[in-house]
Design a binder for this molecule. Structure first.
Ligand SMILES: C[S@@+](CC[C@H](N)C(=O)[O-])C[C@H]1O[C@@H](n2cnc3c(N)ncnc32)[C@H](O)[C@@H]1O
Length: 270
């Protein structure tokens, strides 16, 4: 994508399609609250950035509402590179929730504890996606987190990566049980840094192939519902992949939601 260099005073990045919708990012919000709620509660003045919120303020307001339940002191800033989208969102500001014009430079008063960027980097080139991962994590508060992901338009399928200031740490696959035939259907939601690597010989491809096999072998559990089949498939997959088995990243309470988190190192294409 052209036009993504830094010009003096201009937000870094490029305006892209603003597609968004109610509850589109619910699966990711739920994961952020469960996995990073403690981080947000322990930060002195936790600042969360929602980067690239799109044509409406909706998903930023939903993130704010969900995070305030687990971390009442959290402040959320929605950042958009399109001035018209900022003007549309501003009437919805309230105590702890604001919107501003900006880009990857993150024009906020202090380093954020958490940055959420969903359905933003997929519209950039792969090289740019790797680069902006580095830019964004360099701007985090110490111990902070970047959650960068992609979802379907209705939010029923999503994949996201959790990054610390040191680099990518986790990748999470999440889907409503009725929203896929086999786990590799989530491949079309892989983040930009992985989607072109889903070819034979790459780890992400091996993982999704093994997940499909485990899902097929677990078909008899489908008699008790797709959730039971998913749990059985994860049990099998855990024999050959380093699936975290304990909260907050793993364990039945998370898997039951149609979720699976892996350490990034298991699929790292670099
Ligand atoms: C497809 S929308 C996603 C909206 C919302 N995050 C969602 O997932 O429903 C992507 C938005 O990101 C914005 N965007 C793209 N690059 C950006 C950047 N560098 N900084 C801020 N916003 C950006 C685009 O203008 C667009 O409105």
């Amino acid at each position: 994508m052209s036009g993504s260099g830094r010009a003096a005073g201009r937000p870094v990045g490029a305006v892209t399609r603003g597609t968004t919708g109610h509850n589109r990012l619910r699966r990711g919000d739920r994961w952020i609250a469960a996995v990073h709620g403690r981080l947000l509660r322990s930060a002195g003045r936790p600042l969360v950035v929602d980067l690239g919120y799109g044509a409406s303020h909706t998903t930023t307001l939903e993130l704010f509402t969900r995070l305030r339940r687990v971390a009442p002191g959290v402040e959320v800033v929605g950042i958009e590179i399109d001035p018209a989208r900022v003007a549309l969102a501003e009437p919805y500001e309230r105590e702890g929730l604001s919107f501003r014009l900006g880009g990857f430079e993150l024009p906020v008063p202090r380093p954020p504890t958490l940055v959420r960027a969903f359905n933003v980097l997929r519209q950039y080139d792969e090289d740019e996606a790797w680069h902006y991962w580095d830019v964004l994590r360099a701007g985090l508060a110490p111990g902070g987190v970047l959650v960068e992901g992609t979802s379907s338009e209705n939010g029923r399928r999503a994949v996201w990566v959790g990054l610390s200031p040191c680099g990518p740490e986790t990748v999470t696959f999440s889907a409503r049980f009725e929203a896929f035939e086999r786990p590799s259907d989530l491949a079309d939601r892989l983040p930009k840094t992985l989607i072109h690597r889903n070819v034979p010989g790459e780890r992400i491809h091996a993982f999704l192939s093994d997940f499909d096999r485990a899902w097929a072998v677990s078909a008899p559990y489908g008699a008790h519902g797709r959730r039971q089949r998913w749990l059985a498939a994860i049990g099998l997959l855990s024999e050959s992949w380093p699936v975290p088995a304990r909260p907050p990243l793993g364990g039945a309470a998370r898997w039951r939601l149609g979720e699976l988190t892996l350490p990034w190192s298991a699929v790292d294409p670099r």
